[in-house]
Design a protein around this ligand. Structure first.
Ligand code: NAD
Length: 494
């Protein structure tokens, strides 16, 4: 046989030692700590606060707002805050003259827009949890407010800061698989995680949070746009539904509360799992979420399962968000992408990505390695993301949480917005794509996207744009540079 070389054994493209880099305590140009006001001291807000505790030369928390007594007093104690810096609502802090460089907005999904707009108007740089907001108009209003006030906006698309995602981007930019023709991306939510957050928990109802594609997978559509940077999405379609977690699937004889249920031992979704976790000494996520008003303990979990939302039978909740959804997209030049979000999985948010190019194929699952197969040489290489051993408690999302805050704090300290990988233009674009996909699902049609990705007023399924039209209106205002140091950290869902 001539031409193609015989397949060789997989080889390791990077050597492990070269991936170990150090976390600096203060980066160049960060002489004084950036001061931060935290709005919402729940899971996310408290976690981001650890950056200040672990890197006090870089960030200092100077205020907290949260209506929950337990959350705000815990936060106050951890950061040694004066009573005058502790607020029961974001509005109290927003009424004062600006007293911090930046604000971290970590409130529930439906409470993002108003504080983001108010604090931007006061001159705070804004780190805003995802999703930006729950409607296109509100997302646009946030971006407009930040641009008008000339403040930085970083939306917490933590996946962009996930080391394997950066490695994939680097390899694609180098052209290792030629021109990208198709992306296949899967978000396996995890069966118990879905039951926890999207059947019993805070993201179970659209009218209280948002539809599940926005709540769970705005990250994923953002990644597809990121990897295909420069190519505009032209059309999107989507299908999906809420399966299984409905009353008609409740087995005969099941009780409304798992602690009283005779079928509990045979149910994969039984809330008694929380109790087993607490009894085994695990009181972090998701057990901590079950007891929002106290420190998690076996007794507190037992009480919460008797009366709180997390003790409900999954077939008797008031949930309405989709458990599985597919999105298909067509980009300029005929490139296609498909995304699937599935609740019923063994793996917990361990994304699986395959990217098909004209010269080869790239595959990555979770933390990697990224495997690249080259068609010509018929050989495969494994590429590892750079890593260091973490010395911070902010290590969620495989280290991505740290890199997100690290980038934002550096950007504020150095007045350098390009350090933020998820700036306003790109984030708005990816959110608008999510809204378009959801519209396609609900209206059972293909949605054709305008130059600015907006479809609500200006575009309909009948208005087909010229294929390959330039992306005149889509703003890309952040130039990507990979984080200078990366590590492999703990994996929790995002
Ligand atoms: N980036 C990610 O990967 C990621 C992961 C999980 C959650 N999130 C998002 O982060 C946000 C927060 O999620 P969470 O898990 O921390 O939720 P949480 O419920 O633990 O925390 C939210 C906090 O906001 C507080 N709050 C409510 N109203 C307030 C008000 N008026 N003023 C000040 N604080 C108020 C609540 O009391 C609560 O403590 C949500 O939008 C969520 O979707 C993002």
């Amino acid at each position: 046989m001539s031409g193609a070389a015989a397949p060789s054994a997989d080889r390791c493209a990077d050597d492990a030692e070269s991936r170990r880099l150090k976390i600096p305590d203060a980066a160049d140009g960060e002489a004084v700590p950036v001061t931060v006001l935290v709005i919402g001291g729940g899971s996310r807000g408290r976690g981001y606060g650890f950056f200040a505790l672990d890197f006090p030369k870089r960030m200092k928390v100077v205020g907290i707002a949260d209506p929950r007594l337990f959350a705000r007093t815990q936060f106050q104690r951890e950061h040694g805050l004066e009573k005058s810096s502790v607020f029961t609502d974001w509005r109290e802090a927003a009424e004062l003259a600006r007293f911090a460089d930046a604000v971290f907005i970590c409130t529930p999904d439906r409470l993002h827009k108003d504080p983001a707009v108010a604090f931007a108007a006061k001159g705070y740089h804004v780190l805003l949890e995802k999703p930006m907001a729950v409607s296109e108009g509100d997302c646009e209003a946030i971006v407009a407010a930040c641009r008008h006030a000339d403040v930085m906006l970083s939306v917490c698309h933590v996946l962009r800061y996930f080391p394997p995602v950066q490695k994939i981007k680097e390899l694609l930019d180098k052209g290792v698989i030629g021109d990208v023709v198709h992306i296949q991306h899967l978000e396996p939510v995890g069966h118990f995680h879905f039951a926890h957050s999207f059947v019993r928990g805070n993201w179970r109802r659209e009218d209280e949070s948002s539809f599940s594609l926005l709540a769970k997978s705005c990250h994923d559509l953002d990644l597809i746009l990121y990897w295909l940077e420069g190519k505009r999405c032209l059309k999107v379609s989507s299908f999906g539904a809420l399966c299984h977690f409905t009353k008609e699937h409740q087995p005969p004889g099941a009780s409304s509360r798992c602690v009283d249920c005779a079928l509990s031992d045979g149910c994969a979704y039984s809330a008694t799992k929380y109790l087993a976790m607490a009894m085994g000494g695990h009181v972090g996520w998701p057990v901590s979420v079950v007891c929002p008003d106290s420190k998690a303990s076996v007794e507190a979990v037992r009480d919460a399962l008797r009366s709180g939302p997390y003790g409900r039978c999954v077939y008797e909740s008031d949930n309405d968000v989709a458990s599985n959804q597919v999105v298909t997209m067509e980009f300029e030049g005929g490139t296609t992408a498909s995304f699937s979000m599935v609740a019923f999985t063994e793996k917990l948010c361990v994304r699986k990505t395959t990217i098909y190019g004209t010269k080869g194929e790239l595959h990555c699952e979770g933390e990697g390695p990224v495997r690249v197969h080259d068609f010509l040489s018929a050989s495969s290489a494994h590429h590892h993301a750079a890593s260091v051993v973490a010395t911070t408690r902010l290590c969620g999302h495989g280290g991505a949480d740290f890199f997100l805050v690290d980038a934002f704090i550096s950007a504020v300290a150095k007045k350098e917005p390009s350090l933020i990988l998820t700036g306003p233009g790109e984030t708005l674009r990816s959110h608008l794509l999510v809204f378009a996909a959801e519209r396609a699902r609900r209206e059972n049609r293909v949605v054709v996207l305008g130059n600015d990705y907006n479809f609500t007023s200006r575009w309909s399924s009948q208005q087909i744009t010229a294929s390959g039209a330039a992306a005149a209106g889509s703003v890309t205002d952040v130039t990507m540079s990979p984080p200078s140091y990366l590590w492999i950290g703990q994996m929790i869902p995002f």
